[in-house]
Design a protein around this ligand. Structure first.
Ligand code: NAD
Length: 368
């Protein structure tokens, strides 16, 4: 090999940038992942139809922070042609674009199906027919396990706890039968099953994360999705909120930074993890009931939140905590940000983002 050819290949290496496609990349999780990858100097394509209210602000924030390596496609996952073009340019794919609310899925099951199920098959076909067949990480949901009605719970103060000591100690594992509840559960569950099958039948490289509640900066929480952010926004803006059910339902919560770390691990270890689904959340170390969250927020904020109660929503589980041991063992991953710290981080971010000053009256670090 002469010195010229060494130079050429070095130049080629320098010119080549690993490109990651993030569908739904303007959303909460997508923005956090895009920021992390761009900060590492990677090249990112965000593919998003901006249907989630407020997410254009995330795009603006990314554009302001990262002047290079960011390409934005305002497009829909139902648009097969546009999706294929984006996939052709990608070395890795994260698929987040979705209709994300159970409530909306009940109002418009067809739209929910078209975006979540059909949109995912569009993506799988685009990957299958692409030259590089980029590996895929998909965000599924704990809703694929259904209402868990057989999981007996007991009331302990402001929270439900499972009677089964094994579930109480470790949470719900991937061994649980899938049992889709609500149109959202069905459309996300169908996408989850299709992806596992494309890995099996066509050899696509893909990992599924069945996620519990994720929270953190860049989340535009509403009553329909993103309850931790929604509760915090209600407190900051002094608005009343409705709790559906009795508020004693328990979830594990995971700070988005820990999720982003897990997602990068999944891509880096695709060879051993492909074709597998993992339950991802804060696990038994980071559980909270809605009423417990209210108390934390009220202590932190200084004012009581005006709350009323509505009926339980379809498929709402009284207790869902992810057993995260499988990804802990196979991905060598553990959440690092505890619930109190993460809630405080999000509170501060929301206040800053909304220009709401945190006065001493409303906030003292020692209070949480
Ligand atoms: N946040 C959570 O707690 C959680 C829990 C379980 C699963 N998930 C899944 O994680 C993924 C990301 O969630 P998020 O919290 O970041 O939601 P998000 O609503 O903030 O982001 C989703 C993004 O997808 C975009 N989008 C919606 N429909 C689209 C379409 N047809 N074509 C292109 N883009 C479209 C939206 O504009 C939005 O920017 C979703 O698939 C969701 O189902 C999230």
């Amino acid at each position: 090999m002469n010195s010229n050819s060494v130079n050429t290949s070095d130049n080629q290496k320098q010119a080549y940038k690993h490109t990651t496609l993030i569908t739904g990349g303007a959303g909460f999780i997508g923005t956090n992942l895009a920021d992390a990858l761009l900060t590492e100097g990677k090249s990112v394509i965000i593919y998003d139809n901006l249907s989630r209210e407020g997410v254009e602000k995330n795009l603006q924030w990314l554009r302001d922070k990262h002047t290079a390596n960011l390409r934005i496609e305002i497009a829909d996952v139902r648009d097969e042609k546009a999706l294929r073009a984006a996939v052709e340019a990608a070395d890795a794919v994260y698929h987040f674009a979705a209709q994300v609310a159970v409530t909306t899925s009940c109002n418009d099951p067809l739209m929910d199906f078209e975006v979540n199920a059909r949109g995912t098959i569009n993506l799988l076909e685009a990957i299958r027919h692409s030259e590089k067949q980029p590996p895929l990480v998909f965000t599924s949901t704990n809703k694929v396990y259904g209402g868990l009605e057989d999981l007996k719970v007991i009331l302990k103060g402001d929270r439900y706890e499972p009677e089964d000591p094994l579930i109480a100690a470790a949470g719900v594992s991937e061994a649980r039968n899938i049992d889709f509840h609500s149109p959202y559960g069905c459309s996300k569950g169908a996408a989850d099953s299709y992806i596992l099958d494309y890995a099996r039948t066509f050899g696509l490289k893909a990992v599924i994360f069945r996620m519990s509640c994720i929270y953190g900066p860049h989340q535009f929480g509403t009553e329909d999705q993103g309850w931790i952010a929604h509760f915090l926004i209600s407190a900051l803006e002094g608005k009343p909120l409705t709790i559906y059910g009795d508020g004693k339902q328990v979830r594990d919560i995971l700070y988005v930074q820990d999720l982003v770390r897990a997602m990068k691990i999944a891509q880096q270890n695709m060879a051993s993890l492909t074709g597998k689904a993992f339950n991802i959340g804060g696990g038994v170390e980071n559980t909270i009931s809605l009423l417990e969250l209210l108390k934390i927020i009220e202590d932190m904020h200084g004012d009581a939140i005006d709350v009323d109660f509505g009926d339980w929503r379809p498929g709402d589980q009284k207790y869902y905590v992810s057993d995260i041991q499988k990804f802990h063992h196979e991905g060598n991953w553990t959440p690092e940000v505890n619930a109190n710290q993460g809630i405080r981080n999000l509170y501060e971010w929301l206040a800053e983002f909304r220009n709401i000053p945190l006065t001493k009256k409303t906030y003292s670090r020692e209070s949480i």
